[in-house]
Design a protein around this ligand. Structure first.
Ligand SMILES: Cc1cc2nc3c(=O)[nH]c(=O)nc-3n(C[C@H](O)[C@H](O)[C@H](O)COP(=O)(O)OP(=O)(O)OC[C@H]3O[C@@H](n4cnc5c(N)ncnc54)[C@H](O)[C@@H]3O)c2cc1C
Length: 419
């Protein structure tokens, strides 16, 4: 008897995590990826002008990202993630020149708030209580409706923290999504907030080992396979229409559509999905960081928001960067380097650089866009959705993408009666 086939459309982290979760199942797995490379918005590539492999954008994980760590463990890549053994995040204020390191204690009881040297300078322990209001905010509220969005604590901690996690100005962002991040990280204590980065690039941590595992298990991963349309018959998807061929789905076959929201919306009739997206800008500089540069530095009162130090290059992230998308790359590189030179003590001479503008980096994390997110089941039982835009309770993050892929895999198994 032929084994049922699960077709996964898209080899970003949602598609890969669905495929990995299904790799031990009694089904044939076929992943179809439109581009020549897997990883989607989380990938590395060799950059000719830099002469090195770089990431499309710096990605920060926290040790509380449980689903992602389970995925990384499943593909045998935990050693690729590096970071301090405790929650320690260095910050610099470009305006005042102040430097500090945020150091929450490991356990849930937040005694670190009582220790001045562990807190943000010029804040009092009582100031931190304001964030608790987020956890009780009504469903459609914005962060700005429920908590104070000004003053030293907001400017030096909550603003940068939520901006990085939501890729949206926190004041107008969904309080529910901000609260979800808080619940899974800081509210669980420093233990859930150890920062982690892919030391040798995103593909080595999240993508290449997954492809290897899938191929070893007999799954097929096909590149340059762009799904153009779906054919529907009564209550099911009947065929996948690619550029040069089509695949009929048998009665037992199924598909997981793991494309970004704007592509899924063109393929699935009547799909409700986020429609507004925010950009992220990354600037990579081909210069080794000075020895004392922290691996991750949060920066306030500057264009640079986060500075990542890799062994052979420095890299800047600017979130919610829609307003910078039309600025010429040369100007962005020069402006950002001036700040990086000031922060690191390096010379003002601009090293070779690469600016990467990801225009649709994530959906805007507003209450309106959050409300548009679909659930993973569709009215066609053999069509499941995965992706960071599907309802996961989290903003568009690696953790959300991986969780959606793993959940789609579970639903597929249930559909087959395999669990
Ligand atoms: C610059 C940047 C920085 C980020 N920083 C962080 C961070 O620090 N921490 C964090 O947690 N998250 C971060 N994110 C978000 C994170 O990268 C995404 O949430 C996650 O990678 C999304 O995965 P996905 O599988 O849902 O979608 P995608 O990665 O977009 O994958 C979808 C895949 O589908 C393919 N595809 C599209 N159309 C078709 C088609 N018709 N047929 C076949 N295949 C198709 C695409 O080529 C792609 O490979 C960042 C994102 C960006 C862009």
């Amino acid at each position: 008897m032929q084994r049922p086939v699960i077709h996964i459309i898209g080899a970003g982290l949602s598609g890969l995590s669905a495929a990995v979760a299904l790799s031990q199942s009694p089904f044939d797995i076929v992943v179809h990826e439109a581009s020549r490379q897997a990883g989607g918005r989380c990938r590395s590539y060799f950059d000719e002008s830099m002469g090195m492999t770089i990431d499309n954008g710096n990605h920060l994980l926290l040790s509380g990202n449980k689903s992602t760590l389970a995925y990384v463990d499943a593909i045998g890549a935990r050693h690729e993630l590096r970071g301090p053994k405790r929650c320690e995040i260095a910050f610099a204020d470009m305006a005042s020149g102040e430097r500090w390191t945020l150091r929450p204690n490991e356990g849930r009881l937040p005694w670190w708030l009582l220790v001045e040297s562990r807190r943000v300078p010029r804040t009092r322990a009582a100031d931190y209580l304001s964030v608790a209001r987020l956890l009780r905010g009504p469903g459609q509220a914005r962060v700005g409706d429920v908590m104070e969005c000004s003053g030293p604590l907001y400017e030096r901690l909550w603003g940068p923290f939520f901006l990085a996690a939501l890729n949206t100005d926190p004041r107008g962002a969904s309080a529910a999504l901000a609260a979800a991040i808080l619940r899974e990280t800081l509210a669980r204590g420093g233990r859930a907030c150890h920062p982690l980065v892919a030391a040798n690039g995103l593909s080595r941590a999240f993508v290449d080992p997954a492809l290897k595992l899938l191929r070893r298990g007999g799954a097929q991963v096909r590149f340059e396979r762009r799904l153009r349309a779906l054919s529907f018959a009564e209550d099911r998807v009947a065929a996948l229409e690619f550029e040069h061929d089509s695949i009929a789905l048998g009665g037992q076959d199924m598909m997981v559509l793991a494309t970004p929201a704007h592509i899924a919306a063109t393929l699935v009739p009547g799909l409700s999905a986020p429609q507004t997206f925010n950009a992220i800008l990354n600037a990579h500089f081909n210069i080794a960081p000075p020895a004392n540069t922290p691996p991750i530095l949060g920066v306030v009162n500057a264009k640079v928001q986060w500075l990542f130090a890799y062994p052979d290059h420095l890299s800047v992230t600017v979130s919610d960067a829609n307003s910078l998308m039309e600025t010429p790359r040369e100007q962005l590189a020069a402006d950002l380097w001036r700040e990086v030179a000031g922060l690191t003590g390096l010379s003002d001479d601009l090293p070779s650089w690469r600016i990467i503008k990801e225009r649709r980096a994530t959906f805007a994390a507003s209450p309106e866009e959050d409300a548009r997110r679909p659930v993973r089941e569709t009215k066609w039982p053999n069509l499941l959705l995965a992706g960071d835009y599907v309802q996961t309770g989290l903003p568009a993050t690696i953790e959300g993408a991986v969780r959606s892929g793993q959940a789609a895999a579970r639903s597929a198994m249930e559909w087959f009666g395999a669990v």
